[in-house]
Every structure is written in C-alpha cells, then in structure tokens.
Design a protein around this ligand. Sequence first.
Ligand SMILES: Cc1cc2nc3c(=O)[nH]c(=O)nc-3n(C[C@H](O)[C@H](O)[C@H](O)COP(=O)(O)O)c2cc1C
Length: 268
Amino acid sequence: MEFLDVVRRRKTTNGPFLPDPVSEEHQRLLMELAGRAPSQLNSQPWRFVLIEDRQTIETIARISGDSMTEAMSNGTFFERYKPYFRFSAAEMEARRDGMLFDKLPAPLRPFTGQVFTKRGQKVMNTLRVPQTLGEENRKLVAGSPLLLGALLDRTEYRPGELSSFYSVFSLGAALENIWLATVEVGLGIQFVSFPMEVPGQWARIEALLEVPDGLELMAVFRLGYLPPEQRRPAIDWSSHQRKLPSQYVFRGTCRAPQQGWDEPLPTP
Ligand SMILES: Cc1cc2nc3c(=O)[nH]c(=O)nc-3n(C[C@H](O)[C@H](O)[C@H](O)COP(=O)(O)O)c2cc1C
C-alpha cells in the first residue's frame, strides 16, 4: 500500500478479530519496525512482550472487562472523560474532536443528555450498561489472538526528569510504527487501557507478565487480523473526525492560525 494511504487509513479497531494466530513473520515485522523508531541519544528505551498464551489472554481479558465495569459503574470514567464524549453528529462537527457515540441501543438513546448526571449514572447502572460493556470488552480481549505489552526501561523512564519525557516520546514513535504496520498487513489494533483506570488492576497484569523491577509496563494492546466485514458492538463510537489545520497549525507565532489549508489535499 502507498505510504500516505497507510497513514490515512490507520485507525483503532473497536470490533472483533479473526481467531487466526498472527503469523510469526508479521510479529517479527512489527517488532523490527518498532525498533526503527527515533529515540533520544539512540537509547531505544522500549521493550515489548508478545502474549499468545490463551490462559494469560483470558486472565487479562477478565481484568480488562471487570475494570471497565467498575470504572463505569462508580462514575470515575464518565467524570474523568466527559469533555471527550459527543452524542450527535452536529456536536462532533462543531468540535471535530472526541468520540462520537453513534451506536447505542434504543433504550439508552433518550438518556444521552443525562449521562454525566447522578440520575443518568443511576439509569445506566439500573440498565446494567457497565456490566454489558465490561462483558463485551472481556470478550473482545479474550477473542484476540495476540496481546502486546509495551514497556519502558526504568533507567530511561524516571518520572519527573526530562529523560522520562524523552522515553515516553520515543515509545510513542515506536508504537506509531507498529500501528502503521498493522494497516499494511491487514491487522487491527486496540489499546486495552481500562485496567489503568482502576487502582490495583494494572499491577495484576504486571505480575502476570512477570515485569521485572527494571521495567515499567506502559500500555497493552490487542491485535488480530481484521474480518472482511467488521461487526460493530452494541454500544460503539467513531472517532475518525479530525480538527482542521486552521484549528491546530499556526504560522509564524502561536497567535496566527494557518490560513487556506482546510480543504483536503488532492491525493497524489
Ligand atoms: C494514549 C492513548 C490511549 C488510548 N486508549 C484507548 C482505549 O482505552 N481504548 C480504545 O479503544 N482506544 C484507545 N486509544 C485510541 C484512541 O481512542 C484513538 O486513537 C482516537 O479515538 C482516534 O481514533 P483512531 O485511532 O481510529 O484514528 C488510545 C490512544 C492513545 C494514544
């Protein structure tokens, strides 16, 4: 695929993957490309753990699903992330960022305006929305043939010091290489971050993966080949909308938005 198409098509997969194992060739390719990322002083602070063991995947899936249910039912999730939730195409068009919840079961639709209120939380809990979503999340993670843990070397990752920023930046670059490579080889990828939202759950995953003291587990992803038709979960969002260049690019100083670039470029 053309490089520019790869970048434009990169996305997050919300739905299920095919059960087929990810070929060793593709796993090697993703790891090789990750290792080609830039890093401060060529420190290469990233480490990766590839997980295919069924039992480990199922345990992480349970931790992820339970974390989602907990963070959603106690309200911490909605409280933390409410600035990013959109419930109409018009709202999304106006803001051009965040997540548009464009697939909701009918009984929930009347309550979208109240989702961030105490009453809305009560309705969601009564309808067992956090449990439904947690179970869907568990199934999605459990049905993934490959999990990928991204770690940082703690000699580079020293929170509070500049090297910490550099190492996180470098890991981001490595992960973007992986993310782009998934497009080329027909894989999907999704962040599994709910266990980070609930105290104690991330430590369970670190223990399971036997992360040594010298490393910090920074992220977990699920990967697998994409089915020809992507089925959407019962509650789903889309986030392909992007800000216009005039909203995030300045010219000369940070007071002057870039003008004249908001029309998409013709594809070369
Ligand atoms: C730091 C970070 C954390 C993220 N956490 C999650 C997550 O927990 N679940 C998820 O499905 N996607 C997660 N994402 C993916 C974003 O939601 C996604 O990149 C964004 O909505 C844009 O959509 P796109 O990747 O399809 O272009 C995360 C991305 C980043 C960079």
